[in-house]
Design a protein around this ligand. Structure first.
Ligand SMILES: NC(=O)c1ccc[n+]([C@@H]2O[C@H](COP(=O)([O-])OP(=O)(O)OC[C@H]3O[C@@H](n4cnc5c(N)ncnc54)[C@H](O)[C@@H]3O)[C@@H](O)[C@H]2O)c1
Length: 546
């Protein structure tokens, strides 16, 4: 394969989410300990950027300084700060030198509350006296910290200060939390812009659906609710109640059978009939409540009825929250092919209430997480590292899962905003999917989509490493993370390689003769066109390679 077969797609900027709390200050002021405790009190993930650099380099900060010098360390620090600026709603402790690079620090501070921890010099000397791991202090005369004065301007410019001289770490954390809460809203919900539509994410947000809808479509007069039968008594009932509370008449409720089989023309026609019978007119809104199957078919009915009426999505699966309910793709299966008939129809509003995931079988949570991992690989290295560190907790802790959903929604929203009609940049979201579609087809859909994506992600990283683009360690890291999330990473036994290639060839024919693979690349992805069948098979089944 030649380099001309590849196109780089850089990850776009991400839309704002909830504010992060950034804790900075001179060494010895207690940033890490106070930050960690503040994160616990706030129930937010904690990121220590010095620890990030140590993990990424496999060395201590002192060793990096000694072996590569300060400039090399600052470059690593700039990257870590830029990666942290792509997270929302986290608590981030930076190294003491991070504010010196005012441009990179300003990006981190932009949507954040910044607290600069300070400490009087004698107390600082006391705290640092036994610390031999501070390379920048080794040349100071006894009893002096010369850097303190040198850095004073940069710290003053970084944000409001918090004097920790007389505070223990818990007191400092409490003060940080008070400052954060006095500057930011206490709401757990977050509004994210996705192209022309708004996504409201957070626990309990479905209760606000009616008011949100009134805000998004002030001219709306009534709604028709379409729901998956599995959520009729739960999310469906909550949606109807929320509409009633906002004084929005519900003209009809249509209950659609669960499962992919509902994505067909007969279901769509049934919905058109319901809309006609209840008198839904162009001022009406279709509210779709369910997983990706439901939002696809209800969205398609809304896109085509009266040449398009407004659509609001209330996703009830993780996959639908982070993927299917955002981005305007609606459609049905037809003639034995998935999603072959459809239309772009952007929802005016998506309400992703993470408490609705409560009754979802764990298998479907895992499947949705495959798409979250994909989003992290293409657009957020630190989200990926957080998932690596906390994989099991993501499965067990609803608050952490809600935070992860917020990050994944911001990533999908960024791609949708930058490329609303899936012409170029949005192809990045197909990472792992060319492999996944072949695995699904070759196993006659016995392998679920999210599971196939997990296998496909590892294969994409292997293909990327084989062409010299993807970090050679990425495939192993992906394997380890996906296994911890309970997802498969190898093609199921008994799947014939020829069947996989045949599925890819059929797919290729449908795409004007081009087979497009997405591989992880620094800062985004590369598109690779038409790799050889050997390379593709080696990526899928390295153990079978000759
Ligand atoms: N439009 C897009 O951009 C897009 C993107 C990705 C996937 N999709 C489509 O999404 C579909 C898959 O979506 P999915 O994975 O959400 O599957 P799904 O909608 O079929 O839901 C999976 C199962 O979970 C049940 N369910 C839904 N919510 C539940 C809840 N809260 N509690 C308990 N059970 C619940 C459903 O009844 C169903 O049995 C596919 O058809 C795929 O083509 C579309």
């Amino acid at each position: 394969m030649t380099t001309s077969d590849r196109t780089h797609l850089a990850a776009p900027p991400l839309p704002p989410g909830r504010s992060s709390l950034v804790v900075t200050g001179f060494m010895g002021t207690g940033k890490t300990e106070a930050g960690r405790r503040a994160a616990r009190l706030l129930g937010r993930p904690f990121v220590d950027l010095d620890a990030v650099i140590e993990r990424r380099t496999g060395r201590s900060i002192a060793e990096v300084f000694q072996q590569e010098g300060e400039d090399a360390f600052r470059s690593l620090e700039r990257t870590a700060v830029a990666d942290a600026a792509r997270l929302s709603g986290a608590v981030i402790a930076t190294g003491g030198g991070a504010p010196l690079d005012r441009t990179s620090f300003a990006r981190l501070a932009e949507d954040a509350v910044v607290a600069v921890l300070t400490c009087e010099e004698p107390e600082l000397l006391r705290r640092l006296r036994h610390d031999r791991d501070r390379p920048l202090l080794t040349h100071d005369p006894p009893g002096r910290i010369t850097l303190l004065a040198e850095r004073a301007d940069a710290f003053a410019a970084a944000g409001g200060s918090l004097d920790t001289t007389a505070l223990d770490p818990e007191q400092a954390a409490t003060a940080l939390v008070e400052r954060f809460r006095s500057t930011t809203s206490a709401a757990t919900e977050v509004r994210i812009a996705a192209g022309s539509s708004t996504v409201v994410v957070g626990p309990g947000t479905v209760a606000e659906l009616g008011f949100e809808l009134r805000r998004a479509v002030p001219e709306a007069t009534a709604a028709a609710v379409v729901m998956d039968e599995a959520v009729e008594d739960t999310a469906g009932a909550s949606v109807e109640e929320a509409l009633r509370r906002a004084g929005m008449p519900v003209l009809a409720r249509a209950v659609v059978p669960a499962g992919e089989g509902a994505k067909r023309v007969e279901t769509t026609a049934g919905l058109w009939n319901t809309f006609l019978a209840c008198g839904l007119d162009p001022t009406g809104v279709v509210v779709a409540v369910g997983g990706g199957t439901l939002t696809d078919v209800a969205g398609f009915a809304a896109a085509t009825y009266l040449r398009g009426v407004a659509l609001a999505n209330v996703p009830t699966t993780l996959l639908a929250m982070v993927d299917a309910s955002l981005g305007g793709k609606t459609g049905i299966d037809h003639g034995g092919r998935k999603n072959v008939v459809g239309a772009f129809h952007d929802p005016v509003l998506t309400v992703a209430d993470t408490t609705l995931l409560g009754p979802l079988p764990i298998r479907l949570i895992r499947e949705g997480l495959a798409e979250v991992v994909k989003a992290a690989v293409i657009a957020s290295p630190l989200l990926f590292e957080l998932l690596e560190g906390d994989a099991r907790r993501v499965l067990a802790d609803p608050a952490l899962l809600a935070w992860v959903v917020e990050q994944a929604v911001r990533i999908k929203a960024a791609y949708v905003s930058a490329d609303p009609r899936d012409r170029h940049l949005r192809h990045s979201l197909n990472l792992g999917h060319t492999f996944a579609h072949a695995i699904e087809a070759a196993t006659a859909y016995a392998t679920a989509h999210g599971e196939a994506v997990a296998i496909g992600l590892v294969a994409a990283a292997r293909l990327g490493a084989a062409v010299g683009v993807t970090d050679p360690g990425m495939a192993a890291r992906l394997e380890a993370l996906l296994v911890r999330l309970g997802l498969p990473v190898t093609v199921p036994d008994g799947v014939d390689p020829a069947a996989l290639l045949e599925a890819m060839t059929a797919d290729k024919k449908r795409r004007s003769g081009r087979a497009m693979f997405v591989i992880p690349a620094p800062g985004g992805v590369d598109l690779v066109e038409d790799p050889s069948p050997d390379e593709v098979l080696r990526a899928l089944r390295p153990e079978a390679a000759t």
